[in-house]
Design a protein around this ligand. Structure first.
Ligand SMILES: Nc1ncnc2c1ncn2[C@@H]1O[C@H](COP(=O)(O)OP(=O)(O)OP(=O)(O)O)[C@@H](O)[C@H]1O
Length: 297
């Protein structure tokens, strides 16, 4: 089956500057995929290529098999992008915005789906409100509804939860998760790594326009010593020989790969004459993996 998203040698240059330096990436239909990277890594540039807002300088970019340049219209219909920035015409109501957006796609009888979007995103009682009267979080919900108005099989969310409160985030993820369960492919960029960790099955990490890690979330967590044994000792200095890092909080963190290694670490501490005062196991954490990947790439 054709991939939902396929980039081959995708390059994007702005003058002398290379924002994407040859990206190969294939995202299957139905995946919940995370695209991570520090500021300026090229995430938004990659999304702009997918959405047909910018043209690749070299290589190819396809959405549901449609080339974003050659088959622009079909590719555009196959994707819904929730942009990072909140830009609206302030004089329209929420419902008008969604009707106008439907019109762009030639959809004249879209009321039932618009109604479902309004309800699903908690916007029903704001349907007739002017955009300028909505809070930032509410505006963001409208952006999501707008991206979904033509029921695209591929949904791209560019930092959708920046500046959004916990309750709304929760509701938004429930809604997106439901769409994913129904078969929609989701591509998410976020700086909230715990969000990516809990939602995304597979993750790509971008640095300076290149993919520097690409794997299932599970394998990324397992690969980079993501576990840590955290101990408080009477003599913290002894753990340094075990690769421990002393934090300012008095805890020393010792990385390990398998739970069976804990026994070995404790034996070494005992042999070194250090007494364990407190102990806890740090769970695998995507943030640590991210820092490690970015440092070594
Ligand atoms: N139109 C443009 N002209 C020149 N440079 C650009 C343009 N668009 C993006 N860039 C540059 O390309 C690089 C990648 O930007 P991009 O917005 O894709 O990063 P990002 O990974 O989305 O970052 P963030 O996490 O901050 O959103 C940046 O250095 C940016 O300054």
């Amino acid at each position: 089956m054709t991939a939902a998203i396929a980039l081959q040698g995708a390059v994007k240059r702005f003058g002398d500057f290379t924002a994407l330096a040859g990206v190969d990436l294939s995202i299957e239909r139905g995946e919940f995929f995370g695209l991570l990277g520090p500021n300026g890594a090229g995430k938004t540039t990659l999304i702009s290529l997918l959405a047909g807002l910018a043209r690749p300088s070299a290589g190819s970019v396809r959405v549901m098999g449609f080339d974003v340049v050659r088959d622009y219209r079909q590719a555009r219909r196959a994707i819904g992008v929730v942009p990072q920035e909140l830009v609206f015409d302030p004089f329209f109501t929420v419902r008008e915005i969604l009707r106008i957006q439907s019109g762009y796609f030639g959809l004249t009888r879209n009321e039932a789906w618009i109604e479902e979007l309004l309800h699903g995103l908690g916007l029903a009682d704001k349907a007739e409100a002017n955009m300028r009267t909505l809070s930032g979080g509410m505006k963001r919900r409208v952006l999501v509804a707008q991206a979904l108005v033509h029921r695209p099989p591929v949904i791209v969310l560019d930092e959708p939860t920046a500046g959004v409160d916990v309750e709304l985030r929760h509701g938004l993820w429930q809604f997106i998760q439901k769409l994913n369960d129904q078969g929609h492919t989701i591509l998410l960029t976020t700086h909230y790594l715990e969000e990516a960790e809990s939602l995304c099955h597979r993750i790509a990490m971008l640095k300076a326009g290149r993919i520097v890690a690409l794997d299932t979330t599970e394998r990324l967590l397992a690969r980079f010593h993501a576990h840590e044994l955290e101990v408080r000792l009477d003599r913290p200095e002894v753990t340094l020989t075990l690769g421990g890092v002393a934090g300012e909080d008095g805890w020393v963190r010792i990385p390990f790969e398998r739970y069976a290694d804990i026994e070995l670490i404790l034996r070494r501490l005992r042999e070194a004459g250090a007494e364990v005062r407190e102990l806890r196991v740090g769970e695998p954490d995507l943030e640590r993996v991210f820092v490690e990947v970015m440092r070594s790439a």
